[in-house]
Design a protein around this ligand. Structure first.
Ligand code: UFG
Length: 329
């Protein structure tokens, strides 16, 4: 049985559906601080999935999952992930992300579970020193969110040396899109991400899309990001699990496409796919946004055998279909 923390959230739920399709039994552990119960109900239609509602900051909550289930490996998504919020309220991030993970690792050690796939981030690299960013790039996070993920990566190294706990840390670039069959998708109550925000502006009740900054040193003045499709991203988690099950050593991989798109390019793809003229307002820069972030994904390809296939158009298309469904929920 695989324990998925944060399995009711955006990335976690897409991972759960993929595990269920591959006939894994899954236990979801989630406190529903950002995830949704409706998502778990949907997931339960596709295989053997158990839900435990609990908080990683309460050791007894997570310990009971290991007491009551035979857990073989853990995929750990549960975390707060908003950069701006982490700057305003770092304590919330350190307590939840770092202390919560320490409790999870403590329970794993207590029950002799030694395999974990961890959701890390490109934000651990900080301001890029070169592009594309490979895994040898220095890790100097510029915000508390990135710091929490880097601390956890370091803790995992120490736990491997001392206790033999093997981890695969997946450093995500910009995750986009929804399940191809539109059963689930990106669902944040307070949306901050680019693609859903552009798409929300196509609906009657939507606000004018705000573009943050067009004076960056990039080809059209807007920020460049590497948009990786959610289904491709999730496949890397399954491959990481296989890698650990084959006895793979602790490792870390970038998950991106090797290609960057500017905010203006993403906006045009959204207008093309939706067939709408989307209302746009250009604002000043958003604090803390680096000009460009693009992954070098060759390590994940060569070591894990990962092969991301989907385009930005595929991601926008599924995101739009999901957003249309969400508007009527
Ligand atoms: N943007 C807008 N308008 C919006 C939302 C975003 O112009 O309404 C711009 C941003 O300024 C940025 C780009 O679109 O230039 C992408 O922004 P997102 O918020 O979608 O994504 P980020 O690159 O800021 O953040 C993502 C993840 C973080 C992670 C980070 C790693 O959401 O969790 O990548 O760098 F930390």
């Amino acid at each position: 049985m695989i324990l998925v923390t944060g399995g009711a959230g955006y990335i976690g739920s897409h991972c759960v559906i993929s595990l269920l399709e591959k006939k894994y039994d899954v236990v979801i552990f989630d406190n529903f601080s950002t995830g949704h119960k409706e998502t778990v109900e949907t997931l339960s239609n596709y295989g053997k999935v158990k839900l435990v509602e609990g908080d990683l900051n309460n050791y007894q909550d997570i310990k009971s999952v290991f007491e009551n289930n035979k857990i073989d490996a853990v995929i750990h998504f549960a975390a707060f992930s908003q950069v701006a919020e982490s700057v305003k309220n770092p304590q919330k991030y350190y307590l939840n992300n770092v202390c919560g993970t320490l409790n999870l690792l403590r329970a794993m050690l207590e029950f002799d579970v030694k395999k974990i796939v961890f959701s890390s981030t490109a934000a651990t690299y900080g301001e890029p020193e070169y592009i594309p960013i490979d895994e040898k790039h220095n890790q100097n996070p510029i915000n508390p969110y990135g710091q929490t993920k880097l601390f956890i990566e370091k803790i995992m190294d120490d736990y491997d040396k001392a206790y033999g706990l093997k981890s695969v840390r997946l450093r995500y670039f910009n995750v986009a899109g929804a399940d191809e069959q539109i059963r689930i998708g990106e669902w944040h109550d307070n949306e901050t991400h680019l693609i859903p925000n552009i798409l929300k502006s196509t609906f009657g009740s939507g606000k004018t899309f705000q573009m943050f900054g067009e004076d960056y040193p990039t080809k059209d003045g807007t920020c460049v990001r590497d948009y990786i499709n959610i289904e491709d991203l999730v496949n890397a988690h399954i491959l990481a699990l296989d890698y650990l099950n084959r006895g793979g050593e602790t490792n870390f991989f970038n998950l991106g496409t090797n290609e960057g798109s500017t905010v203006k390019e993403v906006f045009s793809v959204c207008e093309e796919i939706t067939g709408k003229n989307i209302p746009l307002e250009v604002k000043g820069r958003r604090e803390g946004d680096p000009a460009s972030l693009v992954a070098d994904n060759s390590k994940a390809k060569s070591v894990l055998g990962w092969n991301p296939e989907k385009t930005l158009e595929n991601s926008v298309d599924s995101a739009y279909k999901w957003e249309s469904k969400l508007q009527n929920m």
